[in-house]
Design a protein around this ligand. Structure first.
Ligand code: ACM
Ligand code: ZN
Length: 484
């Protein structure tokens, strides 16, 4: 069996070998344009005369080269004669990094981007803002980074650090990441989270909250009740200026505007929000959130963007039909209904795809075994599921070493399930290919050792309990009680 991950759709061997004799294999490839090959797919032929890659787009050519790279990494300098015909199950295969709770330098992000591209991920969702830090320079609004990017201390779970903590990406650094990704067939999807998880924006512009009181950046994790006032024209003015600036940097198709975990307490008692709600004839605050998200989405659509939001935005039942919804936790069934009526959905089920949870809670086998076409999706719903995303939230991930440990090899399992047809996926077979490929990863990817991939029953419970005990502190509980 060819040692390639994600496992290709079809592999056919023939007689003979190709001896590299010191030549660089990617320089031996002849690209052939073939419109019959599926988007992002390829037909890679290796035989004693050379190598051809038939593709219908640049993504397909890139993917063919990634497959060739893996074949070479385990075959050495004598390649088998083989024809690989391949195309992805889902067009959208994404990973997300939260750079607000902890900040990762662009060199560190590049390590993650490089590794993900080897497994044919084609989107990097860059979570740039949250309550604990604003990370995107907007030159027209210097207050954002001046007041929103450095918090006084950090207290995530049981870990307390009294030192100020911060950082942000300059315009040039963001452009550099966009270009680094483009060279690796990855589109960057920036996220500016709103109207909740927006403390860092309110820290810079206190007038954007319902009560206008100055607040500082959060130093703990959690959900916080000061959110953007949607009845205030200034909110739209600032948000649009931010998005306008970022659209000049992020040239991809998608833009993410968050919308998760929005407590509605403030809106209920704010005259401006109440007045907007009644002037629009809205019944409740969920509808008000839908209306706000739609207004921001329309601004981005005018700039040619497709807009992604977290699944809570469906709660008002008034979301614009063009929005792509990202499901992370949905007990309402709204996301399934959304997809079943033909609207786009991305699967990021937290219990299977959140990489910040320990292996005990989400073992490798569980990531691999998950079929993102979940129960309830009908034929239309399955066709509306454009793909998957595996996020890593970083309240408890302070270093690149920790990030790579948590993500690898679980990202590789998610990548195979997003690419390879369901009936070709087999966990034991995946593991045996994985073990051969892992040594070829960049040494900065400090992947979890095999004995940690699938902890046995008792240690799963212990690891999960100890994670949750360490993940909360008194401030979290106080804030939780406060926000009800
Ligand atoms: C989320 O985990 N709040 C999207
Ligand atoms: Zn308000």
């Amino acid at each position: 069996m060819l040692n390639v991950i994600p496992k290709p759709c079809s592999v056919t061997y023939s007689a003979g070998v190709l001896r590299l004799n010191g030549r660089n294999p990617s320089e031996l490839v002849t690209r052939i344009g073939d419109k019959t090959v599926f988007p992002q797919g390829y037909r890679l032929v290796i035989n004693p005369r050379g190598i051809t890659a038939a593709v219908s787009d640049d993504a397909g050519y890139f993917n063919a080269l990634k497959t060739l790279e893996q074949i070479c990494s385990t075959s050495g300098s004598v390649l088998p004669s083989v024809t690989v015909e391949d195309a992805p199950r889902f067009p959208f295969r994404s990973f997300m990094i939260d750079c607000s709770r902890h900040f990762f330098k662009t060199d560190e992000l590049k390590v993650m981007i490089d590794a993900a591209s080897k497994f044919k991920f084609n989107y990097f969702h860059w979570h740039l803002t949250n309550d604990q830090g604003w990370r995107a320079e907007v030159p027209e609004l210097p207050e954002l980074c001046e007041k929103g990017s450095v918090r006084g201390s950090s207290h995530f779970g049981s870990v307390y650090d009294p030192k100020p903590y911060g950082g942000y990406y300059t315009v040039d650094e963001m452009r550099d990441i966009v270009s680094y990704c483009r060279d690796r067939n990855i589109e960057v999807i920036p996220e500016i989270d709103m109207p909740g998880h927006a403390t860092s924006l309110i820290a810079a512009f206190p007038e954007l909250s319902c009560n206008g009181k100055p607040i500082g950046l959060k130093t703990t994790g959690g959900i916080f009740k000061d959110i953007l006032c949607v009845g205030n024209d200034k909110t739209y003015e600032i948000v649009f200026r931010i998005l306008d600036s970022l659209c000049g940097i992020f040239d991809g198709r998608y833009f993410h505007i968050g919308g998760d975990e929005v407590p509605k307490n403030r809106w209920k008692s704010c005259n401006k929000c109440r007045s907007l709600k009644s002037s629009l004839g809205l019944k409740n605050e969920e509808e008000l959130q839908g209306a706000f998200m739609n207004t921001v989405a329309e601004f981005l659509r005018q700039k040619g963007k497709k807009v992604i939001m977290w699944n809570e935005c469906l709660n008002g039942n008034n979301l614009d039909e063009s929005v792509t919804v990202q499901l992370w936790m949905d007990k309402t069934g709204n996301s399934v209904k959304w997809a079943n009526s033909g609207h786009k959905l991305i699967m990021s089920d937290f219990y299977h795809y959140y990489m910040d949870y320990p292996y005990g809670m989400t073992p490798l086998k569980k990531v691999y075994g998950y079929n993102p076409v979940i129960k309830g999706l009908d034929h239309t719903g399955a066709a509306s599921l454009i793909g998957i995303e595996a996020p890593i939230w970083t309240e408890h991930v302070r270093t690149l070493d920790r990030m790579t440990y948590m993500c690898y090899p679980r990202y590789i399992a998610a990548a195979e399930r997003a690419w390879t047809p369901e009936d070709l996926c087999d966990y034991d077979d995946f593991k045996s290919r994985l073990k051969k490929l892992l040594p070829s990863l960049d040494k900065r990817i400090r992947y979890a050792p095999e004995q940690n991939w699938d902890p046995p029953g008792r240690s799963r419970i212990d690891e999960t309990v100890s994670f949750f005990i360490k993940a909360i502190n008194e401030d979290n509980i106080k804030n939780f009680l406060d926000s009800r």
